[in-house]
Design a protein around this ligand. Sequence first.
Ligand SMILES: Nc1ncnc2c1ncn2[C@@H]1O[C@H](COP(=O)(O)OP(=O)(O)OP(=O)(O)O)[C@@H](O)[C@H]1O
Length: 652
Amino acid sequence: MRPNASGQVIAQRPAPGGLRLAKRALLEGRELSASVVGPELARSWQRSLRAGLQPAGRMPGAPHASGPQLARALELQRELVAHARPVMEFLAEQTDGTESMVILAGTDGVVLQALGDLQFVSRAERVALRPGATWSEQVRGTNAIGTALAEGQAIVVHSEEHYLERNAFLTCAAAPILAPGGQLLGVLDVSGDHRGYHPHTIGLVRSAARMIEHRLFETRHDARHWPGLVLRLHAQPEGIGTLAEGLLAVREDGALAGANRAALAMLGLDWPRLARCRVEDVLAEPVPLLMDWVRRSPSVPRIVHVHGGAALWVRMEAGRPIAASRGAAPVSTVEEAAAVDALAALDTGDLALRATLQRARKLAPSAIPLLVQGESGAGKEVLARAMHASSPRRGHAFVAVNCAALPEALIEAELFGYERGAFTGAAREGATGRIREAHGGTLFLDEIGDMPLALQTRLLRVLQDRQVTPLGGGKAVGVDFWLICATHRDLRAQIEAGRFREDLFYRLNGFTLKVPALRARSDLEALLATQLAQLLPGREVQVEDTLLAALRAYAWPGNLRQLASTLRTACALLDAQESVIGWHHLCDDLAEQLRPQEPTDSAGAQPEDLRSISRDAIRRALDDAGGNVSEAARRLGISRNTLYRRIGETSA
Ligand SMILES: Nc1ncnc2c1ncn2[C@@H]1O[C@H](COP(=O)(O)OP(=O)(O)OP(=O)(O)O)[C@@H](O)[C@H]1O
């Protein structure tokens, strides 16, 4: 098995002898056998031949950028280099011990950064993999970096597929990195000893290139500076916010300003059409409607319709000018109203939650560090966002970081930022880091109980000194933010077990706020009404009586997240003329979980009952998903991590 040029796996790798014969055929002007040499490789060999290169001969001296030339190239590509760095470190960790290098090259094929193990190459060959070396096809013939640039797509070039025999010791996988407008910015590559070839490397490299593109898009269209709309799209609501989401930037006048590749695929666009299109050309919903949605409730996912195609879920973010340009009301009045509404909007009648909200309202102006505790999906982040919106800091950023979602090396770079001085003599910073982005605003650290101990020590230092020092030893910078942390874990038990620093616990826990689990709340009906009004504005929709009773009795292992995803599915299935949500509007597995249970008062259910309901639901979902945990989690409307945790809890 081997991946073809676009990274898909094709069945057979040609024998080296076959490639040698094919290369001879190329030199003799004969046709290349398509079964030995794929179309991308054949085109690349032809280009190499036309460039006057000889496969076996001595390579004419390949140009190598001088120190000042490299510094200038790095300066020109500052944004790309800064965003690529943490992703490259992550890739280098994944490929550690595999005798390979992670390389970032510019559009001219010049190596800008290289990380990893150079021991697998001879001293003479090392220089070719260092920053400054050139890997364009023109100078080195077919190779993953040069060929990915020439073809504009991901490619694997293995051993003798390299045009020059002297490069046959390498196996390389490379993927282009594109700007949000489709312009080629550079190439990410993993090159290693040809004996260490692994078919999954290309997938890893392509995902890493997507991560860089995602960060570039988010920086260029950051809602604080970009005066337009950002649409996050996916066929399923759970896909929004993940690496698989489509990203679309829309100018205030409706013209499309940027996208990622996932959005192009979802909308049936290509890069040239993107530049000519307006949002009305691709979506059935006009810009004023989108603007209205984003002003009224920006974080609520909605359904939009692609012309002649699928329905997609969308979550929108607006730049400040749009968010503030509501009618004739002065901005301060609008912000004031939003501030009051943010916490009040969460109060749907449950007394325990109301008590939490009242405390939150009093604490919001104080900037005392808060710890929000509650089960996964219970609404901890939503509460933290509402507190920020109700605080004097609401004019600044709310920065959320999930400490459980990223590998340790990435969270460190993400939180603290890093210097690019490590690889050039230039003085400007590489990436600011999320802590500094939260300056003046609120830093929300989700799943703080999962933060690795080494990072806890660094975070403690930041909280004590109120200064952050970027990785790579830059200057300490003063920071001022409101810290809100959240966890589903018992942090005291974590301290006992030696997994959480006690001194950090006291620093971040100025006050604990508890968010009740959905099954313990008494306001399910009010929640249903509020969410249905948001999902189907202007429509009067009820829930059928027997279904409502079953929903009340259900244990809701995924809490509000699961409720929201259940209602989104139901609304998507509801016909325009229907006004009652019934059993047939649920996905099958939830309907099955709900049916066998007699309607009982969930608030009166004993913990053991709830545990067994939860256990049954999980078992059924796993059975239905054929044991696939990701699929079972999707069916339950909870994350994979939560499902693993619940499996542990319910089998305890
Ligand atoms: N008050 C609410 N009204 C409607 N939906 C809500 C509300 N609070 C939360 N949700 C829904 O639940 C989802 C999860 O909420 P949130 O991220 O705040 O939970 P969490 O407790 O932080 O979860 P986790 O611990 O898994 O990070 C939200 O995306 C939203 O769909």
